[in-house]
Design a protein around this ligand. Structure first.
Ligand code: NDP
Length: 300
């Protein structure tokens, strides 16, 4: 059996197109342009690329993008003052503070200073609590993207056995909460889990969010299971030339594709969905702030 490849790039394009339609409708019918503010502190090269892509995608769907680049030695007080301004700015519906922050800044404090209604990353403790209790919240973008792809592939997820490998606050835990909300039977595995291979083999849905290149081979995968590979790992690729790298997931794709029923590739799977879901969250936040119906199919 060769798995169906779940094309995250194509799916993300459809999500962005839906967002663009809602943005156009908000402008035409209500005179509102959703606005997304992205705050970047310091000059981390990877973060700069992410922020550039986020701004570009925001403008492409017709939203206003507000970029705030601050020097690496910005004080906590200055950063909190900027966030306070953005919290109170009616033109800004979503705020994202690019992580990681420089060491002298308290990440938890900064994240929790963004008002929950504008917290498009879904990391604020109130949004975490709302999601954990199955209530309406802002949902972290990466797990939201995984959920959208799973719903699209399976229709209903009710009653399916899901195993999430990884228990981070940004991927593993919210992913598990979302799957539980959709009535899966959910197990979270991590570095201390016993018999992890057998546990993973029992899954109808296997989500890998570990950060270990190609750790999950076909022996970990049940025949016909759906595999969502969140991992993004850069490994040396001497076959491409000296000093070259390539991206791989946490799943050993070449073997897994022969056993799974469906699988997301890396690159081109979960990655493109993350930015698309950030845009979806921004338009959702804008609708909620204005007491309007939320866009269908773009929230959890
Ligand atoms: P973290 O490092 O925060 O968490 C990794 C998790 O994997 C931990 O819970 C850890 O367990 C678990 N783990 C580590 N080793 C093993 C092992 N041998 N067996 C079982 N579990 C193990 O990572 P993130 O959740 O932030 O990210 C995970 C991956 O997803 C990374 O590759 C990251 O780059 C990628 N990512 C991709 C995104 C995208 O847009 N596609 C967005 C965010 C992340 P323990 O808690 O016990 O240590």
């Amino acid at each position: 059996m060769t798995a169906k490849i779940i094309d995250g790039k194509e799916f993300a394009a459809t999500v962005r197109a839906k967002v663009a339609i809602h943005v156009a409708r908000l402008k035409e019918e209500h005179g509102i342009t959703p606005g997304l503010a992205v705050v970047l502190v310091g000059q981390d090269a990877a973060s700069e690329v992410y922020v550039r892509n986020k701004n570009k995608s925001t403008v492409e769907v017709g939203m206003n993008s507000y970029e705030h680049k601050l020097p690496a030695d910005t004080s906590e007080a200055d950063l909190l003052a900027l966030i306070d301004n953005l919290n109170n700015d009616p033109a800004v519906h979503g705020i994202l503070c690019q992580l990681p922050l420089p060491d002298h800044l308290n990440e938890e404090l900064v994240i929790n200073s963004i008002i929950p209604a504008k917290d498009v990353d879904g990391f604020h403790i109130s949004n975490v609590g709302l999601l954990a209790t199955g209530q309406k919240s802002m949902v972290p973008c990466t797990p939201l993207g995984c959920l959208m792809m799973l719903r699209d592939h399976h229709g209903s997820l009710s009653g399916l056995n899901a195993v999430v490998v990884g228990r981070s606050n940004i991927v593993g835990k919210p992913m598990a909460a979302l799957l539980l909300k959709d009535s899966c039977t959910v197990t979270i595995a991590h570095s201390r889990t016993k018999n992890i291979e057998a546990l993973c083999r029992s899954a109808d849905i296997l989500v890998a969010a570990v950060g270990r290149p190609e750790m999950i081979t076909s022996d970990w995968i049940g025949e016909g299971a759906t595999v969502i590979d969140v991992g993004i790992n850069r490994i040396p690729a001497p076959e491409r030339g000296e000093g070259k790298n390539r991206l791989v997931g946490d799943v050993h794709f070449a073997s897994a594709v022969e056993k799974a029923g469906a699988i997301t590739p890396v690159p081109g799977g979960v990655g493109p969905m993350t930015i698309a879901c950030l845009l979806a969250n921004a338009v959702t936040a804008c609708c909620r702030a204005n007491g309007l119906d939320e866009p269908e199919g773009l929230t959890a």
